[in-house]
Design a protein around this ligand. Structure first.
Ligand code: HEC
Ligand code: HEC
Length: 347
């Protein structure tokens, strides 16, 4: 279901555009005021989250029931369902593509459907695009490979493989009905929208207290989460079983937003923004597997990827007398950088 919120003042322009669209064969985006029904669905998906504002592009991704009921070819349905299965149970590839205890939906909650929880559909309609993180144009498979390499501390499935096909089919299906390429469009709840700067400098000790009060009951005093008989119940927030130093969420601002909008689980948007900043600072000041882009020297690595990445992380900085990231520990895998992380240029 796709809803484009149209400011009332633009209705006339819209009618004009529709007419022009029909005449020129370009159908303008689907437009409508958000219905009560859509507002209710959104409020259930992201309780307590900011409501859409004028000009936001709002998309409510389809559900698996809608997939079953749809007229898509049964073979395509199977592939999409396989993608959903990989996304929600990525641990089936433990030791092959995944070397920590996370699933894709440990961070992309609701199987990648929820606003403010890194909904994955925008990738399907904005890529290929230039990505500063690796300084070249990425397609959807390469974007997926990024989360395998950093967030899952792993080794992505080969480009063109069955797993890549399944994951990209799933992500693309979630984007059903969204127009391709809308430069500058503000997509409601995309990524983990940046919070306002913290009023007070984020603080390790305040963060530690909040962690003990609100998080450790599930994620453990040592941040290692809980794994019972091989099944991840609560994912690890730091240590060998968590995301590595190159993961997007190791940036304090990204984690702060993730936490504010998604944690404690079942109580989103209950921490204040200041608390979210503090606890994010605390969590991201703990040790985790090495950044796959490590040059052998933490200061040099921080410097090299500073502008595009590490200026937002605590990697290579001293916190509480410890120089963070100053080690060769790559976690449970036996390589540093997966093959798939290569550069590309059209020079
Ligand atoms: C440790 C947390 C974490 C895990 C686990 C994770 N991701 Fe991500 N993912 C992120 C972050 C952070 C972003 C960037 C969000 C932003 O830009 O604010 C992201 C972005 C994405 C995007 C782009 C979304 C957009 O708006 O363009 C896709 C696609 C994606 N992830 C797929 C995956 C897949 C597939 C997996 C499992 C193999 C996965 N992710 C696992 C944290 C994670
Ligand atoms: C009631 C249990 C519970 C509480 C309390 C809780 N979490 Fe979580 N957390 C989870 C679960 C479960 C997931 C994985 C998402 C899912 O399965 O839906 C998760 C995922 C995460 C993730 C992303 C995955 C990872 O391991 O990096 C982070 C970061 C996180 N939680 C931080 C926090 C912080 C910070 C707090 C305290 C403010 C907190 N959580 C409180 C259960 C909890």
């Amino acid at each position: 279901m796709t809803i484009f919120r149209l400011p009332a003042t633009k209705v006339r322009h819209y009618l004009l555009a529709t007419l022009t669209g029909i005449l020129t064969g370009v159908i303008p985006l689907a437009q409508a005021e958000l219905s009560e029904e859509s507002r209710r669905i959104l409020a259930n998906m992201a309780p307590g989250a900011p409501a859409p504002v004028e000009g936001d592009f709002v998309h409510i991704p389809p559900t698996l029931d809608e997939l079953q009921a749809s007229a898509l070819h049964p073979e395509l349905k199977k592939v999409i369902l396989r993608g959903h299965d990989i996304f929600t149970n990525t641990q089936q590839y433990r030791g092959q593509y995944v070397y920590n205890e996370l699933n894709c939906d440990s961070c992309h909650l609701g199987a990648g459907r929820l606003p403010f929880s890194g909904p994955v559909w925008p990738a399907a309609v904005t890529l290929p695009d230039y990505r500063p993180k690796n300084d070249h144009v990425n397609n959807l498979e390469e974007r997926i490979a990024g989360c395998f390499s950093y967030s899952m501390n792993g080794q992505p499935p080969a480009y063109g493989s069955d797993e890549m096909l399944a994951l990209s089919s799933y992500i693309q299906w979630l984007a059903k009905g969204v127009p391709m390429y809308q430069p500058g469009a503000s997509m409601y709840g995309r990524g983990y929208p940046r919070l306002a700067d913290a009023a007070e400098q984020p603080d390790y000790h305040r963060g530690e207290n909040i962690y003990q009060d609100r998080c450790s009951v599930c994620h453990g005093d040592d941040g290692a989460g809980l794994n019972t008989r091989g099944k991840v119940v609560f994912p690890a927030l730091w240590g060998d079983e968590s995301y590595n130093w190159g993961a997007g969420i190791s940036r304090v601002f990204t984690l702060a937003s993730f936490i504010r909008h998604n944690m404690p689980l079942g109580q989103p948007n209950t921490l204040s923004e200041q608390e979210a900043w503090d606890v994010a600072y605390y969590v991201n000041a703990q040790e985790r597997p090495q950044d796959p882009r490590y040059t052998g020297d933490v200061k040099e690595t921080r410097e090299r990827y500073g502008e595009t990445f590490h200026k937002h992380s605590l990697y290579g900085l001293e916190v509480g007398g410890r120089l963070l990231g100053d080690h060769d520990n790559v976690g449970n895998k036996d390589f540093l950088k997966p093959e798939a992380l290569r550069s590309r240029s059209f020079d």
